[in-house]
Each structure stands twice: as structure tokens, then as C-alpha cells.
Design a protein. Structure first.
Length: 94
């Protein structure tokens, strides 16, 4: 359970930025992707503010070919973001 809002169901992948999970939003039952950033990337207030500014910009970009971003939040010792879950193949599988 993440922030009393999301129930993690499975790992979707991981990389340089962190790990992404498939989660169910408890209030809607909708599936989302939740990315947890590596703590070392968000260890200072300056790091977190830079990420927040980038997130706000990305969230305002709307296009039918892009997933929509949801929220940015804190959980334990790191930061997470939510985004629309788009089922399909990974780039590695293509």
C-alpha cells in the first residue's frame, strides 16, 4: 500500500531513474503506473524541487500518443509519480 492510495500489483521494470510498478488506485479501481525514484536522485530539497518543476511541465503536455501524468508524492524516503498505464510491449520487446 502506497500513501493509502495505491495497491502495488507487480513490477513493470526498473532503470537509471528507479522502479516502476503496476498499481491499482483504491479510490477508482483504475490501474496506474507508479514510478519510485532512486533515493539518491531526490536526496536534497534542490533535487526534489527540480523534479517537481519538470513534472509540472510534463503534466501539462497533452497528446493522444503520450500517457498522462497524475501526481507527484513522497513515500518513505523517496519520491514517486503516477502516470496513466498503457498496456503493450516494452521498447526492448519491439
Amino acid at each position: 500500500m502506497v500513501a493509502h492510495q495505491f495497491e502495488i500489483e507487480e513490477i513493470l521494470g526498473g532503470g537509471l531513474l528507479g522502479t516502476t510498478y503496476l498499481a491499482k488506485q483504491l479510490s477508482t479501481g483504475k490501474h496506474l503506473a507508479v514510478k519510485f525514484f532512486h533515493p539518491r536522485l531526490v536526496s536534497t530539497p534542490k533535487d526534489r524541487e527540480r523534479l517537481a518543476a519538470t513534472f509540472r511541465t510534463a503534466r501539462n503536455i497533452k497528446h493522444e500518443g503520450l500517457v498522462a501524468y497524475g501526481e507527484l508524492g513522497d513515500f518513505k524516503d523517496t519520491v514517486y509519480l503516477t502516470q496513466e498505464f498503457a498496456k503493450g510491449q516494452s521498447l526492448r520487446e519491439l
